[in-house]
Design a protein around this ligand. Structure first.
Ligand SMILES: [Zn+2]
Length: 47
């Protein structure tokens, strides 16, 4: 399981609504809304 960095929900990487790469790490999202929020300000959510 991965953690959606926007809403902190657990996400099954195989069933994630979206994914983005930032700083060499792949992040998975529960919804396209979370992915869009991340893509706009990845530095705010990436840890
Ligand atoms: Zn989410």
């Amino acid at each position: 399981m991965a953690i959606d960095p926007v809403c902190k929900m657990e996400v099954d990487a195989a069933q994630a609504a979206g994914q983005s790469e930032y700083g060499g790490t792949t992040y998975y999202f529960c919804s396209t809304a979370c992915k869009n929020a991340f893509d706009q300000e990845p530095q705010r959510f990436a840890s």
